[in-house]
Design a protein around this ligand. Structure first.
Ligand SMILES: [Zn+2]
Ligand SMILES: [Zn+2]
Length: 337
C-alpha cells in the first residue's frame, strides 16, 4: 500500500462513516502534498521524522504516510476500517447479494465529492455490474445542477470512461441518468427530448417540501405518471431528527407508482432512510417496484446500500420487485417501456 493508497482509503472510510468533511479535509490536503512531493524526498523525510515540516502534513497524516512507506497497513486505517464498517443483518445480506447495481449517485459534476471514474472504480470493487450516474438537474443551483449543455458533455464523458472500463476487462457499465427536480407544479426540470435520451430517470422533490398535502400529492402523482420517470427518489424528503416528512396522500402516490411503472426508491443515506417503515409497507401492498439506492456523494457512501437492504428485509420487500437486482439490460428495457 503506497502512501497515496493509504490516504485515499482513509478518506473513503471517513466518507463511509459519514464523518464531518472537516475530518476528511486534513487527509485530502495530505494527499495533495504526497502527490506533489518527490517520492525520494518523502521517504527521506519519513525516515528522519521530518514529514510534519511540510505544510499540510500533521501528526496523524504523517503516521499514515510513514507506516505505509514501511510496508505496514497504518494503524489509524486499521482502526477506521473496523469502526466505519456498515452493518448488514443476516436477512439484509440476501438483499445485498441480490443487488447488481446502484441507481442513484452523484459525482463532482454536481454536488458529489468524487469524479465519475472514482465512483465507478469503487462500484466495480463492490461487485456491481452497473451504476446509474444521477447528478442533479439545473434548477438545483446550490448543488451545481447540470443544464442541457453540461448533461450532453457528461454523456460524452460517460462514453469515454465506459470505453476505458471495457478496455480494462471489467464487465461494468455507467448508465446515463439524472436526479431530476420535481418542480412545484409537478413538471420536471428537464425537457422531454432530453429525458428520452437517459437510461434511467430518478425524480425527486427538493423544494417547497412543506407545501399543502393536496398540492404535494398532485405534484408527486404528476411526476410519477410521466413516462420518462423511472424511480421516485426519497419520497418524504425527511431528514431523521431534523426535517419532518412532507405531507401527501401516500395511497394516491403509490397507486400511481404501481400504475405507471415508477419504482419507489429506498434511499439508504443514514440521515434519510426514506421512505419510513409504514410507507414501505404501503408501497408493498400497492404492488410497487423498488430500488435500493445509496444516493452516494462520495466513494465511501456507495457502501451504504446495506442500510436499505436491512430495512427492505425487515419489511419483507419482495426481492423480485427490486429493479436493481436486475441486469443492466433488463433495467434499461424496463425503464424504456
Ligand atoms: Zn435528492
Ligand atoms: Zn441524490
Amino acid at each position: 500500500m503506497t502512501p497515496e493508497d493509504a490516504l485515499l482509503r482513509v478518506i473513503h472510510c471517513l466518507d463511509r462513516q459519514h464523518a464531518s468533511p472537516y475530518k476528511a479535509r486534513a487527509f485530502v490536503r495530505a494527499l495533495d502534498v504526497v502527490r506533489t512531493t518527490d517520492p525520494v524526498e518523502l521517504a527521506e523525510r519519513a525516515r528522519d521524522e521530518r514529514l510534519t515540516e511540510l505544510e499540510g502534513i500533521g501528526d496523524a497524516t504523517a503516521s499514515v504516510i510513514t507506516e505505509a512507506l514501511a510496508g505496514r497497513t497504518p494503524s489509524y486505517l486499521v482502526r477506521l476500517e473496523a469502526e466505519s464498517e456498515v452493518p448488514l443483518t443476516e436477512e439484509g445480506a440476501a438483499y445485498r447479494t441480490a443487488l447488481r447495481g446502484d441507481c442513484h449517485l452523484h459525482s463532482t459534476w454536481s454536488d458529489g465529492g468524487a469524479p465519475i471514474e472514482a465512483m465507478a472504480a469503487t462500484a466495480i470493487d463492490l461487485g456491481h455490474e452497473y451504476m446509474v450516474l444521477t447528478d442533479h438537474s439545473a434548477r438545483l443551483t446550490v448543488a451545481h445542477g447540470l443544464d442541457e449543455e453540461r448533461l450532453v458533455n457528461q454523456w460524452a464523458e460517460i462514453e469515454r470512461i465506459n470505453g476505458e472500463i471495457a478496455a480494462a476487462g471489467h464487465a461494468f457499465r455507467i448508465l446515463r441518468g439524472m436526479e431530476v427536480d420535481i418542480l412545484e407544479d409537478g413538471s420536471l426540470d428537464l425537457r422531454d427530448a432530453m429525458l428520452a435520451e437517459l437510461d434511467v430517470v430518478v425524480a425527486s422533490v427538493h423544494s417547497k417540501l412543506r407545501m399543502d398535502a393536496k398540492q404535494m400529492t398532485e405534484r408527486m402523482v404528476m411526476a410519477v405518471a410521466s413516462p420518462h420517470v423511472d424511480i421516485l427518489g426519497h419520497c418524504t424528503g425527511r431528514m431523521v431528527g431534523k426535517r419532518p416528512e412532507s405531507q401527501f396522500d401516500p395511497d394516491y402516490v403509490f397507486a400511481a407508482c404501481a400504475q405507471y411503472g415508477t419504482a419507489v426508491e429506498i434511499n439508504c443515506r443514514p440521515e434519510r432512510l426514506d421512505p419510513p417503515r409504514a410507507l414501505i409497507d404501503l408501497a408493498i401492498e400497492h404492488g410497487c417496484h423498488f430500488s435500493i439506492d445509496s444516493d452516494a456523494h462520495a466513494t465511501g457512501q456507495l457502501e451504504w446500500q446495506p442500510f436499505g437492504c436491512n430495512r427492505a428485509a425487515e419489511r419483507g420487500v419482495p426481492i423480485d420487485r427490486i429493479v436493481n437486482t436486475w441486469s443492466a439490460d433488463e433495467l434499461v428495457a424496463w425503464a424504456a417501456a
